[in-house]
Write a protein that binds this ligand. Structure first.
Ligand SMILES: C[S@@+](CC[C@H](N)C(=O)[O-])C[C@H]1O[C@@H](n2cnc3c(N)ncnc32)[C@H](O)[C@@H]1O
Ligand SMILES: [Zn+2]
Length: 350
């Protein structure tokens, strides 16, 4: 585990990187990084990464075969205009803690990720989860493509003195962190907005230390049907009937937050849909072990406050998973048709 941060509000720029040079690497060549006055410099290839509005831009583009579709720039432009999930005007560390802990999943995470753990959130958006998890003495790094989201995340961190949250611009296909550096890698609602979710999974899975965990949240193939129907209806009606989506019409949250939700769900330039079965093949191919999922892979197995998220659970049979998948058609409409898989990288053999 890493030692307590001594970073001050005003001196956030690059300091964490300089205290932990062994955690970072150049996303272009893998070389060592060091912070200068207004940039981060790769000491191997000499590439200079700008620091804009106190956020180191460690972004490196994909270098794929030009025939391979790459939505990265489209997604970046979309989220620059529509940072997600955005904040309420009155949000503070207290209300963030309060709201997050009212949600069962965030509360379970907060209760069960050990204090002192080193966590990275790949695709942190406006940084709610990163900021929230950092409150309990964990070092949490939030990375995203989108500078306007990262700026909101950093503002919130600074206004609330959350010294253990750190934000960087990064393309998850080109990590700027050394392999096997994190106890937990989280990527919630992100891989389905990329051109190659499995390649993205492989890329972030490398960041997990042996014995550590990965948590991915993805749109569900069947759970997303209700959203698809609403999207078609909104399109035909020129965005009337917004009351059909409780988040888009919730008067208890800010206009910006409602708009962010609506744009993310209904106007997104790219999304794909998945199943637990598909993610299980990803785990198999990357050497990870299935640990748990939300919902469970067995029907009629609700999750409550006693759930141990990181304790290995039985993977339901094909038939059980089919029943859960079909159930998602009915229940998936609630949170945008989402499911979560948690997996573990086996500990190194001694
Ligand atoms: C739907 S938002 C999810 C934000 C946050 N994880 C949450 O659950 O509220 C998707 C985020 O993924 C980011 N993203 C998409 N492709 C990415 C990539 N290649 N590298 C890093 N971030 C990416 C977007 O910029 C956006 O902020
Ligand atoms: Zn380099």
């Amino acid at each position: 585990m890493i030692e307590p941060s001594t970073e001050s509000r005003s001196g956030a720029r690059g300091r964490f990187l300089d205290r932990h040079p062994d955690l970072f690497c150049c996303p272009g060549c893998g070389g060592r990084l060091a912070t200068g006055e207004a940039s981060v410099l790769c000491q191997a290839c000499g590439h200079r990464f700008p620091i804009t509005a106190e956020i180191p831009q460690l972004f490196w583009p994909n270098e794929w075969d030009p025939t391979k579709d790459d939505v990265t720039e489209r997604m970046k432009s979309f989220y620059e205009a529509n940072p997600f999930p955005n904040y309420d005007d009155f949000d503070s560390a207290g209300t963030l803690l309060d709201k997050a802990r009212r949600g069962l999943f965030a509360k379970l995470l907060d209760d069960q990720i050990p204090f002192g753990a080193r966590v990275i959130e790949c695709g942190c958006g406006t940084g709610q989860l990163t900021n929230f998890l950092s409150i309990a003495n964990r070092t949490v790094i939030g990375v995203d493509l989108c500078m306007s989201s990262l700026r909101m995340a950093l503002d919130f961190k600074q206004q609330n003195g959350l010294e253990r949250a750190h934000f960087y611009q990064m393309n998850l296909f080109r990590p700027s962190f050394k392999p096997e550096s994190f106890d937990l890698v989280i990527s919630n609602g992100v891989l389905h907005h990329t051109s190659d979710p499995f390649l993205g999974f492989q890329s972030i899975a490398r960041l997990v230390r042996p014995g550590g965990f990965i948590l991915v949240g993805l749109y569900h193939r069947y759970g997303r049907l209700a959203t698809d129907l609403r999207r078609a209806l909104f399109r035909l009606s020129h965005d009337r009937f917004l009351f059909l989506d409780r988040h888009a019409s919730d008067q208890n949250v800010s206009r910006e937050k409602r708009r962010s939700w609506f744009m993310d769900q209904y106007k997104n330039p790219h999304e794909s849909k998945h199943t637990v079965g598909e993610v299980v093949t990803w785990l198999y191919r990357t050497g990870f072990e299935f640990v748990n999922s939300v919902p469970k892979t067995m029907p009629l197995s609700p999750i409550d406050e006693s759930e141990r998220l990181f304790k290995p659970q039985r993977l339901g049979s094909g038939l059980e998973r089919l029943a859960v998948n079909l159930g998602m058609i009915v229940t998936g409409h609630r949170e945008g048709g989402f499911f979560i898989v948690i997996a573990r990288k086996p500990a190194a053999k001694t």
